[in-house]
Design a protein around this ligand. Structure first.
Ligand code: CTP
Ligand code: MG
Length: 344
């Protein structure tokens, strides 16, 4: 079949079969969150020794998708009672705040090393957010994880994504398909030379669902850490309905939305306002802002704009350069032919 500009498009029957294969392969693996719960307990025991008032919260894919994909890292953030009580508060970004977070993570790293001498522990202070990276040794402790401190935004944005993905049965499958494709193509920031994090891809999936009115807008203020569990429950995945037909159609429509309908020149993917209402002009995400950032020594691009729902003035797509945008388009064109490489 041919689409716009004479591009070939995969036949929907083939897409449906490929999508079903993907889902049954996932379902044949272990997806429950027990391994995460085990690590959560071990991390809690270490945190207890450093500061018994702090509680480790889980966020990231375990929360967003409600399952634990084998080989996926787990994200933790340690929160104080004050952080939790003020569960809608903005995260501090000052150097002083970063210093305090690093201090706590350093003390935690010492305890973790002592208690689990086979784990590979590294404290990274230079990143935007200080983080303790732990790689479990193979076997029982095979789960790797990151720990941050005093930052609520990850917990809030994960709860927000989860609230969207639970509205539509195909959504989690779409998110998993898109994430896997973004990693295979090298577009995912976790791959060398990649540019959009899994978090960014998830916002893109939700923005697409909102544009198609497949989900209802969830007010960002409704996510309050005070009402979120430190370890949200496992949500088993189910075989897609209608033999995968609806999911196959959605997958292809996701690709064509970003290829042919979304207007990156003016539009911002945002979960803060009604879908389609946020423009680059409204946020002053312009060429001039790019130039100003360069003067400050930062490399920020406003070519592919994804507004962070909780962090002020942060483009989650800031690493998409004009060259990477061209690459993204090429991969989307190929995705239309190959159903996100499932038929490649
Ligand atoms: N996050 C964030 N801001 C970013 C990147 C990530 O707040 N710029 C937080 C989000 O809460 C996100 C979590 O960190 O859910 C984990 O990010 P990421 O690893 O990109 O997403 P996962 O869904 O965990 O995907 P993966 O399986 O690739 O780890
Ligand atoms: Mg992750």
């Amino acid at each position: 079949m041919k689409g716009k500009a004479g591009r070939s498009i995969a036949a929907i029957g083939d897409v449906r079969a490929a999508v079903l294969r993907f889902c049954s392969e996932q379902l044949s693996r272990r997806l429950d969150t027990k391994p995460v719960e085990d690590v959560h307990q071990k991390v809690s025991a270490c945190v207890q020794q450093v500061d018994p008032t702090m509680t480790p919260y889980i966020f990231g894919s375990t929360v967003v998708l409600g399952v634990h994909e084998q080989g996926s890292d787990v994200d933790f953030v340690c929160l104080s009672p004050a952080d939790v009580q003020d569960g809608k508060g903005a995260d501090a970004v000052s150097e002083v705040a970063k210093g305090l977070q690093s201090g706590f993570l350093f003390r935690l790293s010492e305890v973790v090393k002592r208690e689990h001498y086979l784990w590979d522990v590294e404290l990274v202070r230079r990143t935007r957010v200080p983080v303790l990276r732990v790689k479990g040794s193979l076997g029982v402790d095979g789960v790797s994880f990151d720990v941050t401190a005093n930052r609520r935004n990850g917990v809030r944005n994960s709860a927000l994504l989860r609230a969207y993905f639970t509205q539509c049965p195909e959504a989690r499958w779409l998110s998993m398909l898109v994430k896997q494709w973004s990693k295979k193509t090298g577009l995912n920031a976790s791959v060398d030379g990649g540019c959009i994090t899994s978090y960014g891809w998830n916002i893109m999936v939700v923005y697409y669902l909102l544009r198609r009115k497949l989900v209802k807008l969830v007010p960002v203020e409704s996510c309050d850490v005070a009402n979120i569990a430190p370890m949200p429950p496992y949500m088993p995945l189910e075989t897609p309905q209608q033999d995968g037909q609806a999911l196959a159609v959605m997958l292809m429509d996701f690709v064509s939305y970003y290829l042919d309908e979304f207007t990156p020149e003016t539009e911002v993917m945002s979960l803060t306002r009604a879908a389609g209402e946020t423009t680059k002009e409204m946020l002053s995400w312009t060429k001039q802002a790019e130039d100003m950032a360069r003067i400050r020594g930062e490399r920020i691009h406003y070519r592919w704009c994804i507004e962070d729902p909780y962090e002020f003035d942060l483009n989650v797509g800031r690493n998409v350069t004009p060259f990477k945008l061209m690459l993204l388009r090429k991969h989307l064109e190929r995705a239309q032919e190959t159903a996100l490489l499932l038929l490649a």
